[in-house]
Structures are given as structure tokens and as C-alpha cells.
Design a protein around this ligand. Structure first.
Ligand code: B3K
Ligand code: ZN
Length: 874
């Protein structure tokens, strides 16, 4: 496979003004008739042939302006259809046959539980019909769907239904028209035995919109939260961004087999059932919040993505980075804003930073790719969102909103670039963003080394910041970035933020430093008392910032920093210092000693009345093993696990009664609601229970058992069951686990949780459980949710067992990758990730991991897996 380069972009030779599609749905032999109204693109080089993309299509008929084409007038290969002498304007008609029933890649048209559905982003439409399958070709679509009336009573596509009727032989049809020109990746079709819940929304200009959520009948009771979230998102986008919905109908469909979370098809969003269905008895608080976020994300795409789309796939973050930023802001407004920020940053710092430091590191605007499906990454999404957030902070909300308005107005109906977006932000603000744009073109996580000095005599504080971005594959040398560093100086005597004066300018209680050079020193004057600096407040830039904080400083910031995020981060840094010592002790075989300051910090947290329970729960949560691993030069999985367990157990032993009191204080019999208050209480209660269970406290075991039996809601049931299954008390856990598996055998989304919680247990039998559960009737390699729940959870979250020194964990993952390489290449190329990070481990593990990568490389590979494996072994 050959890479595609950003620099080679050419406008399309032809554009499509209108498409008429007709689907005759039959599982293994669907007929697709397409009429494309084509004309030469004004910017295209003249005389070029007409080339349409097409894969796995069996061509039955082809005609131009009603004339059938002879064999010599066109060519078909496995990726395209070429018509060398096409006129400047034409009506091209093709008829192809496709096989949805055998489509396990879940790209294009496929079957899920007997229902037809599509996934076209990025390049799935070419598996449906011959078409210029690129986002800068935007056309209006008219789609007729024909299917068996009994097995496919519901026939959906984009836009509005304009005609329906009965046909001979028990078949029927519906014709849909979408008035908004769109790229082919936003096309969608769904057909099946579905039922709907319906609601209405009146837009700010008074347009009445019908909202429909289509699900399999058994799932009707799981739709409330998604519908509520949709209406909240529609309202939020009007009040926050001035964006209104633009069709009379908005539909969401839930499907069980789906590669990603969801897809923003125009007017017909298709969702992985895991990202839309909820019920208090089956979904955890985290699932409720995820549904709220994903529903909003897909809805927000209607403007950031659909009305204004991407010129080419190198611009993917144009829509994804902006839309993630929008959904993060929405969720922050709906829930606890500081906790949302903590969660997003934790995710970025563990997963995206790891990607940025590994063999598949790439810029937010990549300059080449082999397989675009491999670029739906944390870098494009989460780092992309951080860049937009920095722009918002640089401009201030009001100016940023002006830039957003300008962007939507100027480029409505167009396919544009990241530069077009940034250009609007520069234009409305007058800011020079040239250096800032390096955030888009340079891969890797910048590192800032900071140090500060207080000069008593002159009452000055000197803060020096040095930036450096490590080399990444293909980018050995990096230029300095424009990094906004939000800072405060907290007075050690007063415990208050000091007023900042920088270069004679009064900044108030905090300010943003613009780090542009490799090294810069900022001199604050009139600093009346010695301060502790609070740096990178709110995580103002996606960087690693080091400062030689002492433990006293961190304990001080933990209680005094006015910035909630940095208060949490001070706690994490303090815990990290203790963990570092314990990891070293473990490696050297020295007795582990618990840092008294961490104990005191926790005691303080547990004994002060909490003004924000949600934040307190975060503060009481230790850095994850994955995050700790990110901080180590060479990852020692066993030492990390042992050190973290030691801290948990030490805290639980000393503060046992405090945790018990916290647990009891946060129990509630109130009916379940996914409200911020209730979620915070449950989280706090289950964090407390987790500490107590880490020492297998007898009373805690009984409380966990009772919490499970009470069966109040899935958050509590799952937390209790997980803690019991992860303990050594199999006599208590096993019967509960069996009962749970039996009770929920009919519900795949609950069975996913049952799989995950078993294979993440730290005990040595975890790998055997994975193998055993792979044979379970509820498991299937063909379903991405099952694969993620079982294999993904084991390889990603059970570090001690995945990294077993006998290499069995690696072998198991490689076997799965090889099987998925033919079944579903997109999922294969994702699930392989942990193996690609081999550079981070000791030599023994390195060679075991590389051997498995080599074994995969020896297979006949899909472009997806090929690209990842080649990078990993480069
Ligand atoms: N835009 C989709 C991505 C689907 C691509 C899968 N190959 C999901 C989202 O970001 O909303
Ligand atoms: Zn998206």
C-alpha cells in the first residue's frame, strides 16, 4: 500500500450536483442503482478522465445519458472505475451488486442483527456504489430504499421522507430527499424491524423539529436519557454558539455492531448501542455521561462537520477537534465542570501523551497516511480539542465566538481546511497565529522545564521556562511552540493568590504567560512574600510541565491553590513522589515505607467538609497505573502495581474509619437519577469502598455483598461486584458473578461489563479467564463491543497480566489481531496498540512483544494493520 500526501491535494476533476440512489435490499445480493449528475469542476485540469472510487462492487450496468457503455469505453479495477472520454456534463447511471451479509468489516452497507445499516466515514461509500468518494465533492441526495415489508418494515435515509408505497411480492419502498449538499461520507441508510420514541424540539427561530430514536423493540425502555441529552444539546448549541438545526426531522438509530461510538450522518445519526442506550439497572453513571457526551458530539457535528466539512482527510481534526471541544464544554455545563476537566486531562495525559511518544505519533494535521481509518486517533480528537481550547483562551470567549460565527457564515456549504478555521480566529482577534499553527503540524508532546527563584531583597519572583519537543518519527527537529501558560503565585504566608505585576503591567491574581522562545524568564515585581508558583492552571496547554516542587510545596498547593484543577494536580504530583520512592524500593527489594505527608493530605481531605463531592472523589483517586507508567523512563509493570497497591492499602489501614464514615455518609435510597449530585455521592461512596476492599476489611466485604444484593442501580452493583471479583474472596465473589451472568445473559451491553470486570482482575488466572470467556456464547470476535470488553480491557487495563513474563498475554493479543485482520481490519489496527508500545519496557518484554509483531507482519495484512505494524517495527 502507498501513502497519500497532503501536499498532493488536487481539486476533483468532476463535481456531482445531484445523486439519485436506489437500493433493492437483499442480504447477500443488494442491488444499488446510482444516477450521478456530473460536471467538470471549474478548478480541475481540463481533459482529465472521470475516475470514480469503487471497491467490492460487481458492476451490472453502466450508461451515460441513457446510452449503455461498450466494454472499451470504461475500465474497472479493484479500486476504481475510469471513463477516459467523459463529456463535460453527464448523467452517469450504474447498477452494482453488493453483499452486505458477508461484510464483517462494518464499513459500507452491512447487516447487524438482521438490520441493514451503513458506515461511510471515511471511505465506506465506495463499497456501496461508484462515486468520487472524497469530502470535497458535495451533492444533494435522493434515496429510494426498497425492502421486504415483513422483515424490514422501517426504511430510513438522510433528510425527509417524500414518498412511500407498496410493491409486488410483499415489498415496499420509501424515498428520502436531503436538500443539503453533503459529502458521501455523511450518507446513511437503515432498514430493519425497529421501533421509535418520538419527541419535538422548537428551534430558536420557531422551526418545529421531530426527534426520533429508533431501536430494537426490547430497547425502548433505554432511550429516555439519550432523548433528554439530545434536546439539551440542541438548546445548548443555540444559546452557546448560535447554531440552529436545519431539517424538520432528526433521527438517531441504535445498532449493536459498530466500529466506533457513533456517526453524524446528516439527519440520521447512527449509534453504537453502547453510546446511546441507558437504563439505571443496566448502565453505570459513566455510561450515562458518555451517552450525553456522544449524543451531543454527533449533534454538534451538524454544523462543525456537516454544514462546514473537511476539504480532505488531512483536515479531520477541523471537525473532530472543534467538535470534541464543543462536547467537552457542553458536558462541563451539564455536570461538574472541574471534574470534567480533570477527566479530560487525565485521559489526554495517559492515552494521548502515550500515542504522541510512540511509533504512531503524528501531527494533528497529518501530512501523509496509508489508511485513513487509522487516523481517528486521540491526537486528532483530544489534542485537536486542546488546540481549539487554547485558541478560545487566547482570544477570550467572546472573540472566539465571533471567529466561530465568521467561520460558519463564510464557509457554510463548503469543504475547507484547518487553516481556514484558524484564519477566522486570527481575523477577528488581530492575533498573529503563525507560530501557534505549529501545534497542528508538529507531533509530540512539548516538555517545559520550569524553575523559579524568589529575591527577597528586590521583592521579585523570577520564573524561567524552557521548552523542548522530543523527536517523533519523521520529525527529528522541532521548533519552539507558542504555549499559553496560565500562572498564579500563591503567598506562603497568606495562602492567597498574590497580585501579579509583569514588566510593569498589573495582571491581577493570575495571568497567562506567552512562552514562544526556547527559553524565557518572566520577572514578577512587587512580590511581597515568598510564593509557591501555581503553573499551567486549568491545564492551559497540552504539555508536560516539570517544576522541582518539594513535598511541602505540594501539600501547600493541595489546600491553598485557588485553581481547582491545580489543587487536584498538586495531589497527583504529591502521590507521584511517594510512588516513585516506593517503585524504587520495590525494585531494590527494600522495605516499603509510606510517606506520612500523603497520609496527612488524605486525612485532611477526608475530614474537611467537602464543598464539591465530585472533586473530592477525584482528589482521593490515586494516579492510574497507566499514568504512573507514563512517568517512568522504563516501565516496570510489577513495581508500579505493587507500589500503588501499597499506597492504597496503607491509606486504607490508617484511615479505615474515615473511609468507612465516608461510605456510610454517601449511601442513599433515593430513586436513581444521573444527576451531578447523585453521581458524585455514588463515586465518593465507591471510592471509599475500594480503599476498604484493598485491605479486604471484613465489614467492607459484607457491605460490598449487600450493595450488590440491594441491586439499586448498575453503578453500585458493578462497583461492588468488581471489587469482590478483584479480591481474593472467590467464595463470596463467584456465586454473585454467576448470578449476574445468568440474570443478564440476554443483554449484551451488560454482558460486556461482566466480561470486562473479570478479565481486569489482578490475580494470575486473568489470562485463563480471557481464553475461557472467548468461548462463551455471548462472545463474538465479529462484534467490536465484545472485542473491546474482553480483549481490549485485558490488554489495556490489566497491565500485570497482559505483560506476563512468559509472553502469553502478548501471544493472545497477536492471535486476536491476526483473526481480526481479515474480519475487521479497522478494529484489528486499534486493538493492537498495546503491542506497539514495546519500546517502553525492559529488554525481555521488548523482545517478546517484537516477536509477536513480527509474527503478525508475516501474515497477509490489511492496509490498516500493515501501516501500524510497519511503524511499530520501524
Ligand atoms: N465521525 C465519526 C468517525 C467514524 C469514522 C470511523 N472510521 C465519529 C465521530 O467522531 O463523531
Ligand atoms: Zn466526531
Amino acid at each position: 500500500p502507498q501513502p497519500v500526501y497532503l501536499k498532493d491535494y488536487q481539486p476533483p476533476a468532476f463535481r456531482v450536483t445531484h445523486v439519485e440512489l436506489k437500493f433493492d435490499l437483499v442480504p447477500a445480493a443488494t442491488r444499488v442503482t446510482a444516477v450521478l449528475h456530473l460536471e467538470r469542476h471549474p478548478d480541475g485540469a481540463p481533459g482529465q478522465p472521470l475516475v470514480l472510487d469503487g471497491e467490492r462492487l460487481s458492476l451490472k450496468r453502466i450508461a451515460i445519458d441513457g446510452q449503455e457503455l461498450g466494454e472499451s469505453e470504461y475500465r474497472v479495477d479493484d479500486a476504481s472505475l475510469t471513463i477516459p472520454d467523459a463529456p463535460d456534463r453527464l448523467r452517469l447511471e450504474t447498477e452494482v451488486e453488493i453483499d452486505p451479509a458477508s461484510n464483517t468489516a462494518l464499513e459500507g452497507l452491512y447487516l447487524s442483527n438482521g438490520m441493514f445499516c451503513t458506515q461511510c466515514e471515511a471511505q465506506g461509500f465506495r463499497r456501496i456504489t461508484f462515486y468520487p468518494d472524497r469530502p470535497d465533492v458535495m451533492a444533494t441526495f435522493s434515496t429510494t430504499v426498497i425492502g421486504d415489508s415483513a422483515s424490514l418494515p422501517v426504511l430510513l435515509s438522510n433528510g425527509n421522507p417524500v414518498e412511500r408505497g407498496e410493491l409486488p411480492y410483499g415489498r415496499h419502498f420509501v424515498t428520502w430527499e436531503d436538500p443539503h449538499p453533503k459529502p458521501s461520507y455523511l450518507f446513511a441508510l437503515v432498514a430493519g424491524k425497529l421501533e421509535k420514541v418520538e419527541d419535538r424540539f422548537t428551534t430558536m427561530s420557531g422551526r418545529e423539529v421531530t426527534l426520533q430514536l429508533w431501536v430494537e423493540p426490547a430497547n425502548l425502555e433505554k432511550t429516555d436519557h439519550a432523548m433528554r441529552s439530545l434536546k439539551a444539546a440542541m438548546e445548548w448549541d443555540e444559546t452557546t454558539y448560535g447554531r440552529e438545526y436545519d431539517l424538520d426531522l432528526f433521527m438517531i438509530v441504535a445498532v449493536d455492531d459498530f466500529n466506533m461510538g457513533a456517526m453524524e450522518n446528516k439527519g440520521l445519526n447512527i449509534f453504537n448501542s453502547a453510546a446511546v442506550l441507558t437504563h439505571p439497572q443496566t448502565a453505570t453513571d459513566a455510561a450515562f455521561q458518555r451517552v450525553e457526551g456522544v449524543v451531543a458530539h454527533e449533534y454538534f457535528h451538524n454544523w462543525s462537520g456537516n454544514r462546514v466539512t473537511c476539504r480532505d482527510w488531512f483536515q479531520l481534526s477541523l471537525k473532530e477537534g472543534f467538535t470534541v471541544f464543543r462536547d467537552q464544554s457542553f458536558s462541563a455545563d451539564m455536570n461538574s465542570a472541574p471534574v470534567k476537566r480533570i477527566e479530560d486531562v487525565s485521559f489526554l495525559r495517559t492515552a494521548q501523551f502515550a500515542e504522541d511518544a510512540g511509533p504512531t505519533a503524528h501531527p494533528v494535521q497529518p501530512d501523509h497516511y496509508i489508511e485513513i481509518s487509522n487516523f481517528y486517533t486521540l491526537t486528532i480528537y483530544e489534542k485537536g480539542a486542546e488546540i481549539v481550547r487554547m485558541l478560545r483562551n487566547l482570544l477570550g470567549w467572546e472573540t472566539f465566538r465571533k471567529g466561530s460565527d465568521l467561520y460558519f457564515e463564510r464557509f457554510d456549504g463548503q469543504a475547507v481546511t484547518i487553516e481556514d478555521f484558524a484564519g477566522c480566529m486570527a481575523e477577528v482577534s488581530g492575533l498573529d497565529l503563525d507560530q501557534f499553527m505549529r501545534w497542528y503540524s508538529q507531533a509530540g508532546t512539548p516538555e517545559i522545564d520550569a524553575h523559579g527563584e524568589y529575591d527577597y531583597a528586590r521583592a521579585e519572583y523570577h520564573l524561567t521556562l524552557r521548552q523542548r519537543t522530543p523527536a517523533t518519527p519523521g520529525q527529528p527537529d522541532k521548533l519552539p511552540l507558542h504555549i499559553p501558560v496560565r500562572v498564579g503565585l500563591v503567598g506562603t504566608k497568606s495562602g492567597e493568590d498574590l497580585t501579579l505585576t509583569l514588566d510593569g503591567e498589573a495582571l491581577g491574581k493570575e495571568g497567562v504567560l506567552h512562552l514562544r522562545e526556547e527559553e524565557q524568564t518572566f520577572v514578577f515585581t512587587d512580590v511581597a512574600e515568598a510564593p509557591v508558583p501555581s503553573l499551567l492552571r486549568g491545564f492551559s496547554a497540552p504539555v508536560k510541565l516539570r517544576f522541582p516542587y518539594g513535598r511541602e510545596d505540594l501539600a501547600f498547593l493541595l489546600t491553598h491553590d485557588s485553581d481547582g484543577f491545580n489543587r487536584w494536580d498538586a495531589g497527583q504530583r504529591l502521590a507521584m513522589l511517594a510512588l516513585d520512592d516506593l517503585i524504587a524500593a520495590h525494585r531494590n527489594g527494600v522495605e516499603k515505607v509510606m510517606d506520612a505527608r500523603v497520609v496527612e493530605a488524605f486525612r485532611g481531605l477526608l475530614n474537611e467538609p467537602a464543598d464539591d463531592k465530585a472533586v473530592l472523589a477525584e482528589m482521593l483517586t490515586l494516579p492510574s497505573e497507566a499514568y504512573i507508567a507514563e512517568q517512568q523512563p522504563v516501565v516496570d509493570v510489577d513495581a508500579i502495581h505493587a507500589a500503588r497497591e501499597f499506597v492504597r492499602q496503607s491509606l486504607a489501614t490508617v484511615l479505615r474509619d474515615d473511609f468507612m464514615a465516608l461510605y456510610r455518609a454517601n449511601r442513599s435510597e433515593a430513586p436513581y437519577a444521573p444527576s451531578a449530585e447523585q453521581i458524585a455521592s455514588r463515586r465518593l461512596k465507591n471510592v471509599a469502598l475500594a480503599y476498604l476492599m484493598s485491605i479486604e476489611d471484613e465489614e467492607a466485604i459484607e457491605l460490598a455483598r449487600q450493595q450488590f444484593e440491594a441491586d439499586h442501580n448498575m453503578t453500585d452493583v458493578r462497583a461492588a461486584l468488581t471489587l469482590l471479583v478483584h479480591s481474593s474472596r472467590s467464595a463470596v465473589a463467584d456465586p454473585l458473578l454467576r448470578a449476574f451472568g445468568k440474570k443478564w445473559a440476554h443483554d449484551p451491553l451488560v454482558m460486556d461489563q461482566w466480561f470486562s470486570l473479570q478479565v481486569t482482575r489482578p490475580q494470575a488466572d486473568a489470562l485463563d479467564r480471557v481464553k475461557y470467556l472467548m468461548e462463551h456464547p455471548a462472545f463474538s470476535l465479529k462484534n467490536p463491543n465484545r472485542v473491546r470488553a474482553l480483549i481490549g480491557a485485558f490488554a489495556g487495563q490489566n497491565r500485570v497480566n497482559f505483560h506476563r513474563l512468559d509472553g502469553e498475554g502478548y501471544r493472545l493479543l497477536a492471535d486476536v489481531v491476526i483473526a481480526l485482520n481479515t474480519l475487521n481490519p479497522e478494529i484489528a489496527a486499534r486493538i493492537i496498540t498495546p503491542l506497539t508500545r514495546w519500546q517502553r519496557y525492559d529488554e525481555t518484554r521488548q523482545s517478546l512483544m517484537k516477536a509477536e509483531l513480527e509474527r503478525i507482519r508475516a501474515e497477509e495484512l490489511s492496509p490498516n494493520v500493515y501501516e501500524v505494524v510497519e511503524k511499530a517495527l520501524a
